[in-house]
Each structure stands twice: as structure tokens, then as C-alpha cells.
Design a protein around this ligand. Structure first.
Ligand SMILES: *Cc1c(COP(=O)(O)O)cnc(C)c1O
Length: 220
């Protein structure tokens, strides 16, 4: 796999459901990879949306990577770390899961004159091990965020239950899409290396792909 093969997977999935490939944003998950590898594998291939899931690991690489990267934060976010994201103008936060986190994003966004684009993370399948709000709590969080000037809720994010079978993820993605429809939210961040094509068929506007971009192409 590589950027080229993931891009063709995106094109193929779009074709199956009559979508335009440029309606899907490929977010390259760079966690666990060093800056030189990120430059070679992702930036050189034109992937400029990058995602990290830990603040400290992100801080270690943000300064050495070019500043035209659009950063996405996709991990669980402690309120005392939000200041670092605001100071560096991290564009997207995919993991809003509480009113208090929204309030801290607002506070630090205001301090640094930065508007965060935010997705509410939804624990669609109600798994104990997963972050995110219950589907029935999305409205409460939206109400709390609506008056905040430095927090724009643009959509929803979900992770499917772990499985080797991509089809197993489809019900989670369908639920997230209908929830986003019901709330009039445009962005749906769903789909990872194993299931991004299914996610696109179900309306993903952002796919968060890591390992599939970095795994060397099989030869022979
Ligand atoms: C690591 C991670 C991904 C990417 O996973 P891959 O299976 O490597 O594509 C996507 N989303 C989140 C939240 C992650 O932590």
C-alpha cells in the first residue's frame, strides 16, 4: 500500500456510489513516524492533511515539518494540552467529547486568535473502551458549542469496533452519517486503513488513514 494505492481505493469507492473523489479528504495519520519519513511518504506525494493522536508526539515533530501542513488532532485530548494546539493553530480537532473541552478550546482559541474546526466524537456502538459521547448526547454538546466564537462544530467522528472484516464497520458508519444528517452537520470523519472504502460508500468526507499509507508495496 502507498498513497497512490489509497488514492485509487478512494476513487473506486467514490465511483461505486456516484461521489466525486474530491469530496473525500485524505487525512494522513502520521503517528509513530519520524518527520523525514512523513516528508518522503506523505508530503512528497501531496498529502498535506496530517493527523496525530498525542500532543507531545505532535509537538516533537511540528517544528521540523513544513508549515503548510493542515493539522488534525484525532486523539483523546486533555484540557491542559489545548493551549499547545491553539498556539500552533491546529486546524481540526476530531475528538470533542465534553462541554468542558469545548469551553477550553474556546478559551485558548480566543487567547491565540484561532478558530478551531471541530468534530464531535461519537461512541456509536456504545463500547466501554471507546472515547466519545453517546449518540443521544450530541445535541447537548452542540447547544453548548453554538455560542462559542472560536469553536466551529463542523461534523461528527467515529471509529468502528475493531474487526478484520471491513463490512463489520458499515452499521457504525451508517449510524454516524444519519446522525450527522439529522443535526445538519456536513463533515463525517470515519474510516481508517482497514475500512475507509466502506466509510466512503457511507458518506465519509474525511478518512483517517495511517498504516495503509506507510506499509511498503508488496513486490514479486
Ligand atoms: C491510528 C488512528 C487512525 C489510523 O489507523 P490506521 O489503521 O493505521 O489507518 C485513525 N483514527 C484514529 C483516531 C487513530 O488513532
Amino acid at each position: 500500500m502507498s498513497v497512490a494505492s489509497v488514492r485509487s481505493g478512494i476513487v473506486a469507492a467514490c465511483a461505486r456510489v456516484g461521489r466525486e473523489p474530491d469530496s473525500v479528504r485524505l487525512v494522513g495519520v502520521s503517528k509513530g513516524h519520524e518527520p523525514d519519513e512523513i516528508e518522503r511518504v506523505l508530503l512528497a506525494e501531496g498529502v498535506h492533511d496530517l493527523a496525530e493522536n498525542r500532543v507531545q508526539a505532535w509537538r516533537d515533530k511540528v517544528d521540523v515539518l513544513p508549515n503548510d501542513v493542515t493539522w488534525h488532532f484525532i486523539g483523546s485530548l486533555q484540557r491542559n494540552k489545548v493551549k499547545y494546539l491553539a498556539a500552533r493553530g491546529v486546524a481540526w480537532v476530531h475528538s470533542l467529547n465534553s462541554v468542558r473541552l469545548a469551553e477550553e478550546l474556546e478559551r485558548q482559541g480566543a487567547r491565540h486568535d484561532h478558530v478551531f474546526r471541530v468534530l464531535i466524537e461519537v461512541n456509536v456502538a456504545g463500547e466501554d473502551a471507546k472515547q466519545g459521547v453517546r449518540p443521544e448526547d450530541v445535541g447537548v454538546l452542540l447547544d453548548a458549542a453554538r455560542p462559542l466564537e472560536h469553536v466551529q462544530v463542523r461534523g461528527l467522528m467515529a471509529m468502528a469496533p475493531f474487526s478484520d472484516e471491513p463490512e463489520d464497520a458499515r452499521p457504525t458508519f451508517q449510524t454516524l452519517a444519519s446522525l450527522a444528517d439529522a443535526w445538519g452537520l456536513e463533515e463525517r470523519s470515519m474510516g481508517m486503513s482497514g475500512d475507509y472504502e466502506v466509510a466512503i460508500e457511507e458518506g465519509a468526507t474525511m478518512v483517517r488513514v495511517g498504516s495503509a499509507l506507510f506499509t511498503p508495496e508488496a513486490t514479486g
